[in-house]
Design a protein around this ligand. Structure first.
Ligand SMILES: CC(C)(COP(=O)(O)OP(=O)(O)OC[C@H]1O[C@@H](n2cnc3c(N)ncnc32)[C@H](O)[C@@H]1OP(=O)(O)O)[C@@H](O)C(=O)NCCC(=O)NCCS
Length: 150
């Protein structure tokens, strides 16, 4: 799809769904999700996102080596980057910075803000977003409706 020198971004294909589900599971482990899906459910969702184009699913590669993946779509606020993941053995080498730079330069609409959601406990992920220039915007909160309010 696009080539930024060492890093390349490819659109994911339907036969890469199982690989993407494995990466999604690792993302859920690294940024613990309050309602994690099973591996088959992650595969099913990934397949739907690709087949029905609900999201654009992208793989980052350097040569034939996998570097990470991203999932995004345009919404009413701008560009919503739902998943962003660098493979564990590739971290701390500048790939994440290279990937978000390449996405902003070659993939995302230039005139729209890029939004991400970070889990409050994901301090390393938050440090990354701050380091590449993202600014804090909101704080998500939740309460089980059936729980007693204090
Ligand atoms: C967050 C993530 C994408 C960073 O990718 P990466 O390739 O390791 O990041 P880079 O090497 O490009 O780092 C760029 C800058 O981010 C900051 N940074 C990256 N990882 C960091 C960490 N663990 N702790 C503190 N700062 C960090 C540093 O300032 C770094 O610049 P420097 O190396 O010059 O100091 C990767 O760790 C990841 O995939 N984590 C799990 C998934 C995740 O949390 N995704 C984000 C969900 S909101």
């Amino acid at each position: 799809m696009t080539d930024g020198g060492a890093l390349r971004i490819d659109k994911a294909k339907s036969d890469e769904v199982d690989l993407l589900a494995q990466l999604n599971r690792q993302l859920d482990e690294d940024e613990p999700h309050p309602y994690p899906l099973s591996l088959p459910a992650l595969s099913e969702r990934m397949a739907r996102w690709i087949a029905q184009r609900e999201y654009e699913v992208l793989l980052f590669r350097s040569g034939d080596q996998l570097v990470g993946y991203a999932v995004w779509r345009a919404d009413e606020h701008g560009t919503y980057l739902r998943h962003f993941f660098v493979c564990r053995d590739r971290r701390g080498q500048g790939w994440g910075r290279a990937a978000i730079q390449l996405l902003c330069r070659e993939v995302f609409p230039k005139d729209r803000p890029v939004n991400i959601d970070a889990a409050i406990g994901n301090t390393q992920g938050i440090a990354f977003w701050h380091a590449v220039g993202f600014e804090d915007l909101s704080l998500g909160m939740e309460l089980k409706a059936g729980a007693a309010l204090k």
